[in-house]
Design a protein around this ligand. Structure first.
Ligand code: NAP
Length: 448
């Protein structure tokens, strides 16, 4: 095998996300090398306090407070410090020195995206920030790449887990905003100062980024109308519920015909159309896919002329989920350096085998037509146990045929996860019991 080149990776910040990124870079070094086509060497981690306790055990020698020196000697820079300065200057310095940059800093990208992009273009380096919107959910790359041959007409996003948790609590328990917020703080879903989340500022940054990529125009935070959820009352939620709606804080970016739009809009982009970018509490019909997004989860619903409706769902925050998005950007940037282009479309270094269906492990639903007599359930349960298939639910329904005056029993069983082979052997054995009239169905169950 040819020797892989080594790329130096500078990490700025070692908090919730940075510590997880450092862990993955060290623990998964070999896998990452095969995916990137280069070894990714963590050359240092810039922090404020080198002696602060960290969530992950990392070599002390990696830490430094001299972020600028670290950045100047790197091929790839990952910025996970947050805030505007010094993050902005460090990113610009890194790109001027020819490094590709990955960041999760939505506040900076929303505020100063144009400057960062112009520098990336001038320097001919990649600037990527998948982690800045909706944590682990791959949403920016699908919008930027996969949908680049389509026309996006509207994006609706639940992009702030804190506010979704609070509104979901209010909806399910009838709680007032203040009580739901206090609970979110107790459970660690809301910060001690929740302003950026509850007033919609965090979602507004993400709305600006989503709008920019969706409509191929640079929108900044100033273009986003922003209204938070602090004035949503339990009575609002109850009234919405009564009418078949749920209230969600949505980040919305949509193409509007300016002739139809409200008077006063000056967002004329493409002749008669403009883009409305906004964040506000919104009523959604309970059957809308976004209405089913509960707790601190995020989801983004995209409408495009040809693709139709698409939904992206997952964890919108947290160290590990966000680190996943950062690593995806990092591999892509590394490939661009190694290959001088976008890189390989796929990698085939896994070398894993395709398994036959008999190796599949899942839960099963089994329908049985059985004799209605004592001891039947015990016999069947014993057979399942003998084959190592454990039963989660067993329900019996008796059917009476008035014409023939006979009774039959229908048994419905849902199993815990079992191998396909064990289940097949169980079903064969069950068929052999005298008390079984027939096996009416065997279906696989997922998601329980
Ligand atoms: P965090 O836990 O507050 O960590 C910030 C890190 O940056 C700390 O290690 C801190 O050093 C370091 N730092 C801050 N200012 C610095 C400075 N001036 N010089 C050197 N180091 C500095 O932040 P996080 O939650 O990991 O978030 C990082 C970024 O990812 C932010 O832009 C955030 O918006 C974004 N993001 C976070 C999440 C999430 O779930 N947390 C999700 C999506 C995006 P010390 O440890 O020494 O104080």
């Amino acid at each position: 095998m040819t020797e892989l080149r080594t790329l130096k990776v500078a990490l700025l910040g070692c908090g919730n996300v940075g510590a997880q990124v450092a862990r993955i870079l060290i623990d998964d070094a070999d896998t990452l090398a095969s995916r990137a086509g280069a070894r990714l060497e963590l050359s240092g981690i810039a922090v404020r306090d080198v002696d602060a306790p960290r969530e992950v055990d990392l070599p002390r020698a990696l830490f430094t407070t001299d972020a600028e020196a670290l950045v100047k000697d790197a091929d790839l820079v990952i910025e996970l410090m947050g805030g505007i300065e010094p993050a902005r200057t460090l990113i610009l310095t890194a790109m001027r020195n020819g490094a590709c940059v990955v960041t999760g800093n939505k506040a900076l990208v929303a505020k100063d995206g144009p400057t960062l992009h112009e520098e990336a273009d001038r320097a001919g380096v990649q600037l990527s920030y998948e982690a800045a919107v909706a944590g682990a959910i791959p949403i920016l790359r699908p919008i930027r790449d996969s949908l680049s041959g389509d026309r996006i007409t509207r994006v609706l996003g639940i992009v702030n887990g804190t506010t979704n948790f609070i509104l979901d609590q209010m909806d399910s328990t009838g709680a007032q905003f203040a009580d739901a917020l206090a609970q979110a703080q107790r459970l660690g879903y809301a910060e001690a100062d929740p302003t950026a989340d509850v007033e919609g500022y965090d979602a507004a940054s993400k709305a600006a980024i989503l709008a920019s990529l969706s409509f191929h125009t640079r929108f900044s935070l100033d273009d986003v109308y922003c209204e938070g959820i602090s004035s949503v009352t339990a009575a609002d939620i109850a009234a919405a519920k009564d009418a078949g709606f749920v209230i969600k804080l949505l980040a919305i970016a949509e193409k509007l015909d300016t002739a139809d739009a409200a008077a006063g809009t000056d967002a004329a982009a493409d002749g008669n159309t403009g883009i409305s970018v906004r964040v506000h509490p919104t009523l959604l019909p309970r059957e809308h896919p976004l209405a089913a997004v509960h707790g601190a989860f995020n989801a983004v619903f995209v409408e495009a002329e040809n693709a139709g409706e698409l939904m992206f769902y997952g964890q919108g925050a947290g160290g590990k989920p966000t680190a996943s998005a950062v690593m995806g950007d990092l591999i892509s940037a590394a490939r661009s350096i190694v290959l001088g282009g976008p890189g390989r479309a796929e990698t085939t270094t896994g070398q894993v085998v395709a398994l036959p269906i008999s190796s599949a492990v899942t839960s099963y639903y089994i329908g049985l037509d059985v004799a209605d007599q004592p001891g039947v359930l015990a016999q069947i349960a014993r057979l399942f146990a003998e084959h190592g298939v454990s039963i989660e639910i067993m329900r019996q329904t008796i059917h009476r045929d008035a014409d023939s005056n006979t009774e039959s029993a229908e048994l419905r069983i849902v199993t815990h996860r079992a191998s396909e082979a064990a289940l097949a052997a169980t079903v064969e054995a069950v068929k052999g019991l005298d008390v079984i009239n027939s096996v009416t169905s065997v279906l696989r169950v997922e998601g329980v």
